[in-house]
Design a protein around this ligand. Structure first.
Ligand code: ATR
Length: 290
């Protein structure tokens, strides 16, 4: 079986979001299905906010195997599901749905995906001082992942209250306290002076604003490990500046591949070929860049 032969037993997965036309997930997942010879296909579905409930019902009605959920539906889908796993509840965002006999369960593979990425890169986290930029869904997933490993975390966000909410939620979960600050040059200077790991989980630097960075490059040093969640462009301004400073850099396609791999495993029960998925994502990004 080629995996792409169209037949009556094809199991359908996909991604629901708006926009989705530049998603690299279809390329990533279909490459993995093909590699393992699985009879699945993965499609992009553009779903507007006012049609989300109908689309979720469609997952049940059309017997789809599962769905990734992306902007702007990661939070608003929660009440439409039959069940949401405890981690996704704590994070407050769902990026994957599994359909088991018409019962839809929501999960979050961003957090575990981030952990797998750190492990793959051999990064020891329990004694790390981490600075996380942003307090949206992606940031909360990263923060909960780091908190579960015992890292010390400072969260900086443009909207201070959201950083405080994230820090409080993590304190409830871990019994430890976390610093929450407004994202501004002073606070960045102070926080980065004692940080080992910097994670950008804001959308700053994403195309078409690829020239922007949340951090002045002068604040970056050789001892920093800099992770950007943004994957378009593949190498962001932040990562370029970090590389110039001699820091170790990790681009957003790595985390994308890991969250995708974990979604794949939930749906298929098979171990995901993460390197195949990562390569397919890189190739898809190159095609978009043309
Ligand atoms: P996601 O699910 O990808 O995390 P999100 O929940 O919309 O998306 O969160 C986007 C994050 O990027 C937020 O932390 C947002 O800051 P606010 O909470 O203040 O909105 C941050 N962000 C987006 N644009 C930004 C900008 N121009 N400057 C600073 N932060 C920005």
């Amino acid at each position: 079986m080629t995996g792409f032969e169209l037949n009556g037993r094809k199991l359908v997965c996909g991604v629901m979001g708006d926009p989705v036309e530049h998603s690299v997930s279809p390329a990533m997942h279909n490459a993995a299905f093909r590699k393992l010879g699985l009879n699945y296909v993965y499609l992009p579905f553009r779903v507007s906010r006012d049609r989300l409930a109908s689309a979720v019902e469609g997952i049940r009605a059309l017997h789809m195997a599962g769905m990734n959920i992306t902007i702007p539906h990661k939070v608003s889908i929660i009440p439409l599901l039959d069940e949401v796993d405890p981690l996704a509840q704590r994070i407050g965002a769902v990026n994957v749905v599994h359909n088991k006999d018409g019962r839809l369960t929501g999960g979050n593979t961003d957090a575990e995906g981030f952990l797998r990425l750190l492990k793959e890169q051999g990064i020891e986290t329990h004694s790390l001082h981490a600075v996380v930029l942003g307090a949206g869904g992606a940031s909360r997933a990263v923060c909960f992942a780091l908190a579960s490993l015992g890292s010390d975390i400072t969260i900086l966000n443009r909207t201070l209250q959201k950083a405080r909410d994230c820090a409080e939620d993590m304190a409830k979960y871990t019994g430890r306290t976390f610093a929450a600050l407004e994202l501004n040059p002073d606070n960045l200077t102070k926080s980065l002076a004692r940080a080992d790991l910097l994670v950008n989980a804001t959308s700053l630097g994403m195309a078409p604003h690829a020239g922007e960075s949340p951090v002045n490059g002068k604040l970056l040093e050789r001892r920093h490990i800099v992770v950007d969640i943004v994957y378009n462009p593949v190498v962001t301004r932040l990562l370029r500046d970090a590389e110039k400073a001699g820091a170790r850099i990790i681009g957003g396609l790595n985390m994308l591949a890991w969250q995708g791999a974990l979604s794949f495993e939930i749906w298929t029960g098979c171990r995901a070929p993460v390197d195949v998925m990562r390569r397919a994502a890189v190739q898809a990004m190159k095609r978009y860049a043309k």
